[in-house]
Structure formats: C-alpha cells, structure tokens
Design a protein around this ligand. Structure first.
Ligand SMILES: [Zn+2]
Length: 126
C-alpha cells in the first residue's frame, strides 16, 4: 500500500504497476496531484496522458497540466493567460521606463548645451 502514487493514494485505490499517473504524480508530492485533480479530475488527467500522441512527452504534458491547474487555482478567471498578460504588461512597462530615461537624458544633455530639447518622438514599435 505504501508504494502507491499520489493519485492512487488520494483515490484510495491499489496502484497497478502500469499506473499511468504514477511516474508524474509521486507520493512524495501529493499537492501536485491535488491541484490537477481539482481542476481537471483524475480520470481526465489519466485519459489525457494515456491518449497523448507522443508518449515520450507525457512528463512535459503532466508538468503543463500541473502548472495550468496551479494558475487556475490562483486565478479562476484567467489562469495562465493572466500570467502571460502580466508578463506583456511588465515588458511594456520596462520598455516605457527605458524610453523615459533616454528622453530625460537627452533633455538634460540639451539643457547642458544650452539647446532647446527636441520635440518628443513617439516610437510606434513596442
Ligand atoms: Zn497510481
């Protein structure tokens, strides 16, 4: 009984030697299975991993399901899309801060030379 994977332990069933969930949901990390079970359901996770066209990618698929489930638990509305959107916002913020610093430096340089600062240019590309 102690050799059961986290999924079989959670579902209170015997863990067969060919358990599809066992390699990806070890008993040492029960939270990993709890997250995917909460979002997708154990049978759906097993079915997705079983029906994967490229079985050698099951580990990546299981990790993706875990990450998506974790994101969905933290943000029920947006899930992973919320994280991606935040990354784009951060990228745009960094870009804008760099443009602002460059413009301030140009203005300071122009002021030190006694010249008028150039008209602000709007860069259309992000
Ligand atoms: Zn199992």
């Amino acid at each position: 009984m102690s050799g059961r994977c986290a999924a079989c332990k959670y579902l209170r069933r015997r863990c067969p030697s060919d358990c599809i969930l066992s390699p990806y949901f070890p008993s040492s990390d029960p939270q990993r299975f709890t997250s995917v079970n909460r979002i997708y359901g154990a049978s759906n996770v097993a079915k997705m991993l079983q029906e994967l066209i490229m079985p050698h990618l099951r580990a990546e698929a299981a990790e993706t399901l875990r990450y998506e489930a974790q994101c969905r638990i933290q943000d029920l509305i947006y899930g992973c899309i919320g994280v991606i959107s935040q990354l784009y916002i951060n990228k745009y913020k960094i870009y804008t801060e760099c443009r602002l610093a460059k413009t301030r430096a140009e203005i300071a340089l122009m002021n030190s030379d006694g010249q008028e600062p150039p008209q602000a240019q709007v860069d259309q590309q992000i």
